[in-house]
Design a protein around this ligand. Structure first.
Ligand SMILES: Nc1ncnc2c1ncn2[C@@H]1O[C@H](COP(=O)(O)OP(=O)(O)OP(=O)(O)O)[C@@H](O)[C@H]1O
Length: 239
């Protein structure tokens, strides 16, 4: 039997009559990257919010490491290894890079928060900027800092909502490389919502396609890309 680090089972979130997410099931294996794609409004961000505990489920269940966390709040899920990044909103511009990663780590209460922060900074190639204030970093570096803040305390699952938005092709490629390395070196599993199709199909082990709050296809990137329904609904016939 596969040992899933994350399972969402028949998850639904309705806002009055709007079925933002309506019966979505997906899994993540250890070290796996699952890309989530779909047109605007398909329900991808809502699924992320459902899994992190930010939105209450209308129906369904979320399991983390085999345990039901549906009743747990955001903080408790984070303590149990489920982390997300916030696209720079969590960064303090005036604070030095190392300081804020250490503070974030301190909140997670690892054995040694300085060592934890150091490891995260090294993994994301930010050690050379550790003594600079965050607002002096380049855009791509700030994204890596955001990722660093999500990685303190060694989470097992990382949820990323459009981490490449606004990055240049080179910066996206760079961040994708870091994500892929994280999954093999740190055994982190990643759920990746991203509009950059080259990134999604390039680094995902599996891809899930959403339309109108439901999953219309999932599987290996090549199979999903070739699926006629996906091409018609989302990628366009030229994809
Ligand atoms: N708080 C809310 N109240 C009512 N409807 C909402 C709310 N949040 C989201 N929705 C609706 O739920 C649906 C799914 O939205 P969601 O943001 O999850 O889609 P998405 O796939 O992430 O889109 P995008 O790619 O544009 O970010 C949309 O129809 C949206 O208008």
């Amino acid at each position: 039997m596969v040992d899933y680090v994350l399972q969402a089972d028949d998850v639904a979130i309705h806002y009055g009559g709007v079925k933002a997410v309506d019966g979505v099931s997906l899994t993540l294996e250890r070290g796996q990257i699952r890309g989530l794609i779909g047109p605007n409004g398909a329900g991808k961000s809502t699924v992320i919010d459902a899994i992190t505990g930010r939105r209450r489920l209308t129906r369904g269940k979320v399991m983390l490491g085999g345990e039901d966390v549906t009743a747990c709040g955001v903080v408790e899920r984070r303590a149990r290894g489920l982390s997300r990044s916030f696209q720079r909103t969590s960064i303090f511009g005036q604070m030095k890079v190392r300081r804020q990663v250490e503070l974030a780590s301190h909140r997670m209460n690892p054995k040694d928060h300085e060592a934890d922060a150091q490891a995260v900074l090294r993994e994301l190639d930010l050690l050379h900027r550790a003594d600079d204030v965050a607002e002096d970093l380049g855009y791509g570096e700030q994204r890596r800092l955001d990722l660093a803040l999500a990685l303190v305390g060694r989470p097992t699952v990382l949820l990323l909502d459009e981490p490449m938005a606004g990055l240049s092709a080179k910066e996206s490629h760079d961040l994708a490389h870091h994500l892929k390395a994280l999954t093999s070196r740190w055994n982190v599993s990643v759920l990746l919502v991203e509009h950059d199709m080259d990134v999604v199909f390039g680094i995902s082990d599996v891809v899930t396609v959403f339309e109108l709050g439901r999953v219309i296809a999932q599987g290996e990137p090549t199979a999903v890309r070739a699926d006629p329904r996906v091409r018609e609904a989302y990628l366009g016939s030229a994809a």
